[in-house]
Design a protein around this ligand. Structure first.
Ligand code: GLU
Length: 291
């Protein structure tokens, strides 16, 4: 078994991240497997080197220790590029020149599990227009033509395992990537989107079991499709509930009050905190969101 924790360095870690990392570590260790760490640091607008240092400090403080080298996405750009080229050659990508405002303004934008689904405006552009706009240096993302991609792979399933983790019985889930629409695979401001980099890296790290928050359940459908298109193995997935604060809102990196760094500054004993988190007991005011 190989599990992983894959934080984005857009802020310091909160208690929920620490809990998630500890669970992924425990899962692997209990099975005699490996627990890996990946830093998802290619979001040029939001990720900061200072947060990388902070995150490593937070994890070490809590007693999370990973096997092998840390994988940094910023060092894997050539792999993302190769995958994009391959999908482009398969005729599955198209350049998208729309701004967020264009998409929001589109009266036809339907809503999917992750908000507005791209209405497909740029999918309709002809080849000459695409080439002209790219040649003119117009900023563009690359989107996956989801209907074509699904037609190519046919029906797919992915394996869901229960939370708390137990090895059996696996539940086959029918993948529904169409609900996500034409997702972005290369962004205007980043060489690869989360969907593409995460899917490639989980495969490159040999991850067999992905444990992550239920906010990424919808993403798993897209990841399964990318695995099929790129001939990658498909890990099993465990989605854990998210933690909420006293106000019932999801913990977020912006809520400084529950950052691991703050608990550390308050003199909290990390070994004790880690023990409690392992048992699913959280600091006062923090609880599991009801499903
Ligand atoms: N980097 C993502 C995040 O911090 C998590 C990615 C994953 O676990 O698949 O939300």
């Amino acid at each position: 078994m190989v599990t992983r924790f894959a934080p984005s360095p857009t802020g310091r870690l909160h208690v929920g991240h620490g809990w998630s990392a500890l669970m992924a570590q425990e899962m692997a260790r209990a099975a005699g497997g490996a627990f890996r760490l990946r830093i998802e640091d290619i979001d040029g607008t939001r990720s900061r080197p200072a947060h990388v240092t902070g995150i490593l400090e937070d994890l070490r403080w809590l007693g999370v220790d990973w096997d092998g080298e840390i994988m940094f996405q910023s060092q894997r750009l050539a792999h993302y590029q190769a995958a994009l080229d391959r999908l482009r050659r398969m005729g599955l990508l198209y350049p998208c020149f729309c701004t967020r405002a264009d998409i929001a303004a589109s009266a036809t934008a339907p809503h999917g599990p992750e908000g507005a689904v791209y209405p497909g405006t740029c999918r309709m552009l002809d080849q000459a227009t695409r080439q002209r706009r790219i040649a003119a240096g117009e900023p563009h993302a690359w989107r996956l033509d989801m209907a074509r991609a699904v037609a190519r792979t046919g029906p797919l399933k992915w394996v869901a395992l229960p939370f708390p983790y137990s090895p059996a019985p696996p539940v086959p889930v029918t993948a529904d990537p169409l609900a996500a629409g034409d997702v972005v695979l290369a962004r205007k401001d980043a060489p690869a989107s989360y969907h593409l980099s995460c899917t490639l890296d989980d495969a490159a790290m040999g991850v067999t079991h992905v444990l992550r928050g239920s906010d990424l359940f919808a993403a798993t459908h897209v990841h399964r499709l990318l695995q099929a298109l790129l001939d990658l193995s498909s890990p099993a997935y465990v989605h854990h509930p998210l933690l909420v604060g006293p106000d019932g809102r999801r913990l977020a990196k912006r809520d400084g009050s529950i950052a691991l760094a703050d608990l550390r500054a308050e003199g909290v004993d990390p070994a004790r905190l880690a023990d409690e988190l392992r048992q699913g007991r959280f600091p006062v005011g923090i609880s599991l969101a009801s499903a």
